[in-house]
Design a protein. Structure first.
Length: 492
């Protein structure tokens, strides 16, 4: 059983308290941490939004959210009632002046508490909320501010947001959250690489043939059509989640687990990414947009239909990329990335494909020369699988087949693993920024993404259609197969 280490007592103010993120993720995450005894009983969670609402009405909303998004087996009524007693609410206009005096009065009751301010709002409000916090004297040494993605839509807007927040909060108090970095398997990448010499010594271009990173979603744009159509898959997934996963795969060993040591090494990877130019954009990138099809046996409409009648959007819902990290360790090793909506499976995984053995002593009919493969599953079933060649049991000669050395974290450790938001919220209270993005990381990632967006704009071709329920356009298959490789697609 894992040891639960309580955090310091805190007052967490959640701006955007009536929004979807708070309802689906933040309140359930905080409930779990309270239920497990990690949140002290002297802590408060204060919802803040423009809606006029009593504290009791907010608690009822929170009860409904937890009943809806937490499995019934995990809802312990007396612990839920105790958790709800720690919730409060203030009506505050993030962009205006209303309600700030009320919030200041509530926080003044306990001035020595750790104060995380979680901005679960539109990024357009980040600057004004931070300015109001400063104007009302609500920022001190124990304050932190949490920024949800997207941090801008390009380098210029990202810098504007960072400048606005940075005028109020010092960098060490700013926590730019990417929930992928809170996943157990993502953190295990650090342990896998740097606590096991067997892997770290194999983590080179001499041994690894290529790396694949896949993030697939079965859903469409759902209720986010307005946002998504101005964003697309590159801005929504690649610039943040997928580049962060690439960084953890490709980074050198940090000097320690200190936040800045880890982020310094990730930054080096981002700076080593080869820019994609208009000259090679057609050979190393594929943009797609889902058409009508079927997912899990159910018919679904096209992206344009989901947007609205007669929409003529050129926004990509699928991206496949072939990237290069220009460093001594990774020279010549391609990183293939793909992500999309309306794909056959909801999954996130990293595949490390090792090189084939240079010579086989086994007869060809017994040995398919299949190279070893390491599969790191981020979701839906977190775990690590190493594919190795073994002898097929029984008489009749030497016949080989691939066998999995499979570690499922939940089955191995016989416990529920905290959701990413649970872990990251507690890290904010502790002031541990290791799993959060630093300003320079965000801006270097945007600089790289901007160069690709410009390359696409210089060759204005519409995204390729792909049937919903497929793995994207056929061009995405050609992207990897022209190199003599293939996408890892394991049916679950």
């Amino acid at each position: 059983m894992a040891t639960i280490i309580p955090v310091a007592s805190f007052d967490c103010v959640v701006f955007g308290a009536t929004g979807d993120l708070t309802t689906r993720k933040l309140l359930p995450a905080l409930y779990y941490r309270f239920k497990d005894g990690q949140i002290p009983g002297t802590s408060r969670i204060i919802g803040a939004s423009r809606s006029e609402m009593s504290a009791e009405a907010f608690r009822e909303r929170a009860r409904d959210a937890i009943k809806r998004f937490v499995p019934a087996s995990d809802v312990v009524e007396d612990r839920l009632a105790a958790f709800l007693d720690h919730l409060d609410y203030v009506a505050v206009d993030g962009a205006g002046n209303d309600g700030w005096a009320d919030l200041a009065a509530k926080l003044a009751e306990r001035p020595d508490q750790v104060r995380p301010y979680y901005l679960a709002t539109s990024p357009d409000l980040y600057g004004s909320i931070c300015q109001n916090l400063a104007a009302h004297g609500l920022i001190g040494e124990k304050s932190r501010v949490v920024l949800e993605k997207p941090i801008g839509k390009d380098l210029k807007s990202a810098r504007a947001i960072n400048d606005a927040v940075g005028k109020v909060f010092p960098e060490e108090q700013i926590f730019r959250i990417d929930h992928y970095l809170g996943k157990e398997t993502v953190q295990n990448l650090l342990a896998l690489r740097f606590a096991n010499t067997i892997f770290e010594r194999l983590w080179t271009a001499d041994v690894i043939d290529h790396v694949q990173i896949t993030v697939g979603e079965t859903v469409g744009v759902e209720g986010r059509a307005g946002y998504y159509d101005t964003s697309g898959a590159l801005r929504d997934m690649v610039q943040n989640h997928m580049l962060q996963l690439l960084c953890l795969m490709a980074m050198e060993s940090p000097l320690s687990l200190d936040a800045n040591s880890v982020r310094d090494e990730k930054l080096k990877v981002l700076r080593a990414l080869k820019p994609i130019t208009p000259h090679d954009v057609q050979t190393v990138t594929v943009r797609g947009q889902y058409a009508a099809g079927a997912v899990s046996g159910q018919p679904v409409e096209s992206y344009r239909t989901d947007l609205g009648a007669d929409a003529q959007s050129r926004t990509e819902t699928f991206v496949a990329l072939k990237l290069e990290v220009q460093s001594w360790r990774w020279a010549g090793v391609p990183f293939y990335l793909r992500t999309g909506k309306r794909l056959p499976q909801k999954l996130s995984e990293i595949v490390v494909q090792f090189r084939a053995s240079p010579f086989s002593i086994f007869p060809t009919e017994a040995f398919g020369r299949e190279p070893n493969r390491l599969v790191i599953r981020l979701q839906p079933e977190e775990g690590i699988k190493l594919e190795v060649m073994t002898k097929d049991p029984g008489p009749g000669g030497m016949r080989l087949r691939p066998t999995n050395l499979d570690i499922s974290f939940e089955e191995t450790f016989k416990q529920r693993y905290p959701d990413a938001y649970e872990r990251l919220l507690m890290d904010v209270v502790r002031g541990n920024a290791t799993l959060f993005m630093r300003r320079d990381e965000v801006e270097v990632a945007w600089a790289w993404a901007d160069s690709l967006l410009k390359a696409w704009a210089d060759r204005p071709e519409p995204p390729r259609p792909y049937p919903a329920g497929s793995w994207g356009p056929t061009a995405a298959i050609a992207l990897i197969e022209r190199d003599g490789r293939t996408w890892h697609e394991e049916v679950r």
